[in-house]
Write a protein that binds this ligand. Sequence first.
Ligand code: SF4
Length: 352
Amino acid sequence: MQEGIQNKCPRGASLKFAHPAPSKARPRILPVFLPLAGCPGRCLFCAQHAQTGVKTTSLEQALAFLEQNLEAARPDAPLEVGFYGGTFTGLPEAWMERFLAAARPHRERGAVSGVRCSTRPDRAPAGLLRALAAQGLDRVELGVQTFSEHALRLAQRGHGAEASLAACQAVREAGLGLSLHLLPGLPGHTPEDFSRDVEQTVALGPEAVRLHPCLVLAGTGLEQLWRAGGYEPWSLERAIAALAPAVLRFWRAGIAVTRIGLAHEPDLEAAVLAGPTHPALGMRVRALALHRHVEELLGGRRADSLRAPASASGGFWGHARELAEPYAGLGLERERVYFEDRDDFQLDVQND
Ligand code: SF4
């Protein structure tokens, strides 16, 4: 795949390439939501109750939910437990231990394949992470949001980029898997800042990223700022234009992009006041990233035809065929793209 990019296709050549997204097995996650639990404050943009669809959950209720679901889990369809929605490593130690202990017997019988948690960078010291790893934690999803000091300050995040870099190192030192969450479009955060975040993230080498373009959600500090005229969210077009090259960059670096945008729960839709949201945002961004990949492979030449795996047919043309024209611009009108029973792509380049 990378060779194809470096060695531009000669005219009349046929170029085979794999889909640029890394093919990593996706675990089945059992999400256990702990909205705002362990958080030192409320970040400007955060509305976890709307984002997770979970109204109020005490830690006791969350533990009972976990235990019930794990009792029903089967070794032939193992689950990975994910603690989300708050700052897991900011919980009282006894609670971290109770949650991890609940998963252990089910892991021993093969019904749990792993345990992950989300947390914030300034609550992830190496010593604590090592202790949690010893108790069964496998992966940390770090909400770094951005490495821009300016945007972190405006978001009242309470830490700078240094803390994020240190937390990534601590996660690795503890022998844990690493995923990063980015939040493009925060106040003061430009597409150029986001490009720098993408490069910094690639340099840190997480296995996966989640990309959540910043939305104005009801009940947040960001809502107040937006209503006072102090914040203008990115448009949908701007977000898609920034996200597609980022996704392609991550794919080529072997980093899985496991989510783009927040899950479209009814609670979330009711809470979104402004910002780049669309029910098919992830599909649109991934489709545009693939288009860009094909365009770069062509290196300014026109394609004669493209043979693609049938599995790629779903989102290939984008939402409402929005990429039909851009593909036609590369020589790939509808009748020149064939979806076949194959694993790779074959791009035939036009002769003069
Ligand atoms: S963004 Fe994360 S750390 Fe901040 S309030 Fe929300 S859950 Fe807590």
